[in-house]
Design a binder for this molecule. Structure first.
Ligand code: HEC
Ligand code: HEC
Ligand code: HEC
Ligand code: HEC
Length: 450
């Protein structure tokens, strides 16, 4: 959602613009990340799914495999989104220029084989199986050219090319969750008859392509180093741009090196942050952004409840000000860190009422003494002392060392918020010294703690 969808739309629009007949298919589980939601979350999730469905329509979606997560708000809601659904066991024939593409779906090899036979007899020249089971099982199916493992947990095995492509009688491509990349399949049908062959990579181009990819990762890593000078950042940004463009050129080159008739090629196109966005999808997402905050705020005002009290003998969150009188020194260090302005950061992008954002930008989200409604945050704004040291009510009352939940918080505490998704470059050794200093911790301690 954070730009990924409108970038994907731009990738698809560009492909269509090249004049090759192109189809866009979704492998499922695009709407939700979990199987169930609380009443407070459902408000925003519903609006989000609608925005995704609208974006898909704008992108000309041909079919969507129904995944197990797609029913998180119930089958009626899913159907109300009016997308061209393809449920397990169903098949579809799609027109691509003068050819027919057969789509089959299923959770067993037998289901895929039966579907493939059906679409072949309907004239399909290329058959893709959208598969909900284990990749190895998909390889047992017959009549398919390519299987897409859509919802199996991501397998990364040594025999997987790029970590995501398994060659064999039925090649299997594994799509990534959360729209991190688009699976592009180029098909050169050739004369009638038989399944098509997966083309081999084109030596030099492939090698330069993957080398550029590695350099890209290194650059992104450096870009994520905290405390980078603005000048250095501009320089790295420019280089990043160049590399992404170079990779696109290489990809286009590889794609253009005419596929032998009777073969097809598979490529994972990374949805890079610097790629252009599609304005129509951008607008759908911007409308969603505006609506969801208003919906969440209205819901909180009407139905919001304060956090439940702590269980007997358990500590509750009390907020930073309760620590200041006895520990004035750490404040001077803390107040210079990003943690002390984490809520303002959310406000600056108008996401402070978003349940999927506020959790890591306030003190004690959905915990006793913390934040349980987005309209009442007051003195629990920002990442506070207790996000690292644990809820402090018992300690404030007894002032002993042993009542501090986490006297020396370690990496496991940080990665609760510094997840790969929200802090891709997090590295404990480089990040820790930036939150410590004279008056708060040793400042250079990187010993592993829990
Ligand atoms: C009424 C005074 C008081 C308040 C308020 C207070 N503390 Fe303490 N804190 C202490 C004392 C006393 C110690 C023990 C110092 C010692 O033994 O060296 C301590 C120790 C600590 C330690 C170090 C533990 C260790 O093993 O070295 C941490 C961390 C800590 N407090 C965090 C907090 C946080 C966070 C808050 C606010 C929620 C807070 N304190 C509020 C008095 C207070
Ligand atoms: C409750 C969630 C949370 C926890 C726990 C947390 N952080 Fe953070 N951290 C954040 C957020 C949010 C920001 C961004 C603040 C901003 O800029 O608005 C941030 C920013 C930072 C930054 C600033 C990055 C920069 O570019 O300057 C550093 C350094 C950092 N955290 C280190 C740590 C370390 C080390 C730990 C563990 C000891 C930790 N954090 C624990 C949420 C958390
Ligand atoms: C799982 C915890 C978590 C969630 C959820 C989260 N953030 Fe953050 N956010 C962080 C951390 C950690 C950082 C600091 C990243 C760093 O510097 O490495 C951060 C930094 C930021 C920053 C400042 C740095 C930047 O990227 O420009 C913004 C803005 C931000 N978050 C907005 C959001 C929004 C908007 C959402 C909801 C869509 C959100 N965050 C959800 C943990 C989170
Ligand atoms: C990002 C996580 C984080 C936040 C936020 C944080 N601390 Fe700490 N704090 C630590 C770590 C890590 C240590 C241990 C440092 C070390 O190894 O010496 C520590 C140590 C301490 C100690 C032990 C004595 C010392 O200085 O080493 C006290 C007291 C303390 N913190 C109080 C606070 C108070 C008060 C706040 C809020 C103003 C706060 N901390 C915010 C991570 C944090």
């Amino acid at each position: 959602m954070r730009g990924g969808l409108s970038k994907t739309a731009a990738i698809i629009a560009k492909t269509r613009g090249s004049g090759i007949p192109a189809l866009f298919v979704d492998a499922g589980d695009a709407f939700f990340e979990r199987k169930a939601f609380g009443a407070d979350e459902a408000v925003g999730e519903r609006r989000r799914a609608q925005a995704i469905a609208d974006s898909y329509r704008a992108m000309g979606l041909s079919a969507q495999f129904t995944g197990p997560l797609d029913d998180a708000l119930g089958p009626d809601f899913r159907r109300s989104l009016r997308l061209p659904e393809l449920k397990a066991g169903e098949t579809r024939l799609l027109e691509a220029g003068q050819w027919k593409l057969g789509l089959v779906s299923g959770t067993t090899a037998a289901e895929l084989s039966a579907g493939a036979a059906k679409v072949r007899s309907g004239g399909a020249r290329f058959v893709v199986g959208l598969f909900g089971g284990a990749p190895a099982e998909a390889q047992r199916a017959t009549g398919m050219d390519l299987a897409v493992a859509a919802q199996a947990p991501e397998t990364v095995g040594a025999e997987w090319e790029d970590g995501r492509l398994l060659r064999g009688p039925v090649p299997v491509a594994q799509v990534q969750s959360r729209g991190r990349s688009v699976l592009r399949v180029d098909v050169s049908p050739g004369p009638e008859g038989g399944t098509l062959q997966l083309a081999r990579g084109q030596g030099d181009i492939e090698r330069e392509f993957s080398a550029a990819g590695q350099r890209l990762e290194l650059l992104k890593r450096e870009l994520g180093t905290p405390g980078l000078s603005a000048e250095r950042k501009r320089l790295l940004d420019a280089r990043l741009h160049e590399l992404v463009q170079r990779r696109e050129q290489l990809a286009a080159q590889a794609q253009a090196t005419a596929l032998q008739p009777g073969t097809f090629a598979v490529r994972f196109v990374a949805v890079e942050a610097v790629l252009p966005e599609d304005p129509s999808v951008q607008k759908i997402i911007a409308d969603y952004d505006r609506d969801v905050s208003q919906l969440n705020l209205a819901w909180a005002k009407e139905h919001g409840e304060p956090c439940p009290p702590p269980a007997r003998g358990e500590p509750a969150y009390v907020g930073n000000e309760a620590c200041r009188s006895c520990h004035p020194d750490p404040f001077a260090v803390y107040e210079k860190t990003g943690h002390a302005k984490a809520y303002a950061t959310l406000e600056s992008v108008q996401k402070q009422y978003r349940l999927d954002c506020v959790a890591c930008h306030v003190i004690g989200f959905q915990q006793a003494g913390g934040v349980c409604r987005v309209d009442q945050v007051e003195d629990r704004k920002n990442v506070g002392c207790e996000n690292c040291h644990g809820p402090g009510s018992v300690h404030v009352a007894d002032r002993t060392r042993k009542s501090v939940v986490r006297p020396r918080p370690g990496p496991s505490v940080c990665v609760g918020c510094h997840t790969p998704e929200n802090s891709i470059h997090f590295d404990y050794a480089t990040y820790l010294p930036r939150v410590l200093g004279p008056g708060h911790g040793a400042g250079n301690s990187t010993t592993t703690r829990r």
